[in-house]
Design a protein around this ligand. Structure first.
Ligand code: ATP
Length: 302
């Protein structure tokens, strides 16, 4: 019996390994599928961000319209600017197109009308890789690779040293948690390794972004509420990571939007209100309504 058990057990391990690899491959194909949505123009050059050459990290959406499928427009004539180093926050109901704005800026898709520029350069005219090099993303659900903590944090800058990875993890306040595991930064994460909570995964993504140190940052704030102490802490780490960066925030919490240079209220792909927190409250429109609701019921912004 034992003679049979050992090979069967071994096969079980192999099966799990293969299944895991397939999960990773799956993710890779999903990513590759996205890659195929856009292709670089022949001879496309890299994006240039050099403040002294007046190509600073200002992001502009100019009259952008976009549809995933021709019959169903998602964004319609959207225009806004995020001056270099400033933050623009987007709020609005689920399905209004907030994440689509982020996907377009990261060039998962090309816009069908209008244009998006970084430092005055149309992002369709430069290489996709250089656009992505300039942007750090902290998504709602961070995909972690089945690899070590070190690999996952250094993902955006693989040549980073252990000391640099550790400094980023400290700033994202995930270092103590990592250091308390038996293998520290060599601990595998993911389905076969250390399981991380939503908040911890976000901290890994923040550490990744800090380490990459890109001029532009996109935050897709989690809708699911973390406990409030944890949430306040994450907010402050996010703020840290966005310091002096051109930042697009898809916001679900008032505390995130109050300091934004501009807040956009998106409904069915159209900007229906825009302005600073104070100006929008004064206007007593849609945003003021959302604000009142969140204040009274402590519910996230839509
Ligand atoms: P939420 O707050 O729920 O994340 P959102 O405002 O970010 O919503 P988007 O994710 O931008 O909304 O989606 C806008 C619309 O586009 C939705 O109706 C969605 O169903 C549709 N959509 C999103 N991705 C695709 C896709 N790949 N193909 C087709 N339609 C899509």
């Amino acid at each position: 019996m034992i003679q049979l058990y050992i090979p069967l057990n071994f096969l079980g391990v192999i099966y799990r390994e293969i299944k895991q690899s397939l999960t990773d491959l799956d993710k890779m194909f999903v990513l590759m599928e996205k890659e195929r949505e856009v292709s670089d123009r022949p001879g496309a050059r890299a994006l240039v961000i050099a403040p002294d050459a007046q190509a600073d990290a200002t992001v502009r959406f100019e009259d952008v319209s976009f549809a995933y499928e021709p019959a169903r427009p998602i964004l319609q004539h959207v225009s806004f600017e995020i001056p270099a180093g400033k933050t623009v926050a987007v709020v609005g109901p689920s399905g209004s197109g907030k994440s689509t704005l982020a996907r377009l800026l990261y060039r998962f898709y090309d816009v069908q009308e209008g244009r998006i520029t970084i430092g005055g350069q149309d992002i369709r005219a430069v290489t996709q890789a250089s656009v992505r090099q300039a942007i750090g993303i902290v998504p709602q659900d961070t995909v972690l690779f089945n690899d070590t903590v070190q690999y996952n944090i250094a993902y955006g800058r693989p040549q980073a040293t252990r000391a640099e990875v550790e400094a980023a993890a400290r700033a994202a306040r995930i270092h103590d948690f990592i250091a308390a595991t038996p293998r520290g930064y060599d601990t595998p994460v993911g389905e076969r390794g250390l399981k991380l909570s939503g908040g911890e995964k976000q901290r890994v993504a923040i550490a990744r972004t800090l380490l990459k140190n890109p001029p532009i940052v996109i935050f897709d704030e989690a809708t699911s509420a973390l406990d409030s102490a944890n949430e306040r802490a994450i907010q402050s780490e996010l703020k840290n990571a966005a310091q002096n960066k051109t930042t697009l925030v898809i916001a679900h919490r008032l505390s995130t939007v109050v300091d934004a240079h501009e807040i956009l209220v998106l409904e069915s792909g159209v900007i229906v209100e825009r302005g600073t927190h104070a100006a929008l409250l004064e206007r007593q429109g849609r945003y003021a309504q959302m604000w009142a609701m969140q204040k009274s019921e402590a519910v996230p912004l839509l």
